[in-house]
Design a protein around this ligand. Structure first.
Ligand code: M6R
Length: 368
């Protein structure tokens, strides 16, 4: 049942192209994005003037990625909040606020309570969930299901990728309702999304060197992750995977913050994994990150660079280079996350840990 793998998580990493494809399927019909359950009228959707995304853990990271796309496509302000913090700080909510609750299990206590708080304040709630009939989608006004099938590994992998895809569909649904994107633009964005499973598939074929690198670096006391723009939440997710699976000290940073503190951590032999934006799509950020890598390499860090295929500019500064297929910038996290999952799983296996059941963790956190 583990499909020939030692652990479910490794099988679930392999299932990601299907998880994303299945999540997209049926959500673009006759030129329009459709949700699974829609108890909000078109007018109510049009009246939304602010979005909060609430979630925990990896689901929260998928929300951070979504913020870039939703703001860009809809021109609505989007705030992403840890569900455990949300209702304790008296957020400003009303009927024109949309609260997007993202939860694989649909049962996470903090996310559920955030939904209830939002509803008490008359906000509209849209759930992105992987579990049919779970409590969070039952209480929401609209639902988009990720369709990955059950995720057994405690560390989220295929659900995370599917959430990122689903969140983008939510962004397109809002853009469509508000008219901030023409139908042909929505169709183009959807086609770009549809092209992603094949790219993930292609990427997965080349993970051998990442596993080898993980074995090489498995004894490191710590690993840092750097990214910018949508690569920043990917860096956070890479660090979370390494913490929970390999019990290794790992931190993700926005690369622009390096000089404001984290660069003091750089020392000889410290592995730093950098998620590079596309040199064409994000030329300015790309050149800034390039100088960051140069700086940390000069201070002795072992640089592991995740970059778009054909990005030759990074080679001189990459002690290890992991290439990912080219993609539109906002969709890159669907690719750049994958080597980080493989890396964390392999480090954990090398260290002799149970990849599916990391210590102290439960698959769904139903107590606060
Ligand atoms: O079921 P949920 O998506 O609400 O769960 C949220 C987090 O508990 C979950 O993503 C957790 O961080 C995972 N262990 C991450 O791998």
């Amino acid at each position: 049942e583990k499909g020939g793998h030692d652990y479910f998580m490794l099988k679930e990493i392999e299932e990601q192209p299907a998880a994303v494809a299945d999540t997209l399927r049926g959500h673009f019909v006759d030129g329009r994005i459709v949700l699974d359950e829609q108890r909000l009228s078109d007018q109510e959707l049009r009246d939304i003037d602010k979005v909060f995304v609430v979630a925990c853990g990896s689901s929260y990271h998928s929300g951070l990625v979504a913020k870039y796309a939703i703001e860009h496509w809809t021109r609505l302000p989007v705030e992403v909040e840890l569900a455990s913090e949300f209702r304790y700080r008296d957020p400003v909510l009303d009927r024109s606020t949309l609260v997007v609750a993202i939860s694989q299990s649909g049962e996470t206590a903090d996310t559920l309570e955030a939904v209830r708080h939002a509803k008490d304040q008359k906000a509209r709630v849209l759930a992105v969930c992987n579990t049919n009939g779970a409590q969070i989608p039952r209480e929401a006004d609209a639902v988009l299901y990720t369709r990955t099938g059950p995720e057994i590994g405690v560390a989220s992998t295929k659900a995370f990728l599917a959430q990122m895809a689903a969140n983008l569909l939510v962004g397109l649904a809002l853009a469509q309702a508000r008219g901030t994107k023409y139908p042909d633009e929505v169709a183009r964005e959807y086609q770009d999304l549809e092209a992603m499973p094949a790219k993930i598939e292609q990427l997965l074929l080349g993970m051998g060197p990442v596993r080898e690198l993980a074995r090489e670096l498995a004894a490191s006391p710590a690993v840092l992750f750097l990214g910018r723009h949508v690569g920043y939440p990917v860096a956070l997710e890479g660090a979370l995977k390494l913490k929970e699976l390999a019990y290794m000290h790992a931190e993700g940073f926005a690369a622009g913050e390096l000089k404001h503190g984290p660069i003091a951590l750089i020392e000889d032999g410290l592995p730093v994994i950098v998620v590079m934006p596309s040199p064409k799509g994000r030329a300015v950020l790309h050149s800034k990150l390039l100088s960051n890598i140069r700086e940390i390499q000069a201070r002795g860090a072992v640089t592991v660079v995740i970059a778009e295929e054909g990005d030759e500019t990074v080679r001189p500064f990459a002690d290890h280079l992991v290439e990912i297929p080219a993609s539109p910038s906002l969709l890159q996290p669907l690719l750049s996350t994958v080597p980080l999952q493989v890396f964390a799983a392999e480090v954990a296996q090398t260290r002799g840990y149970d990849v599916d059941k990391p210590r102290n963790l439960a698959k769904s956190v139903t107590v606060e």
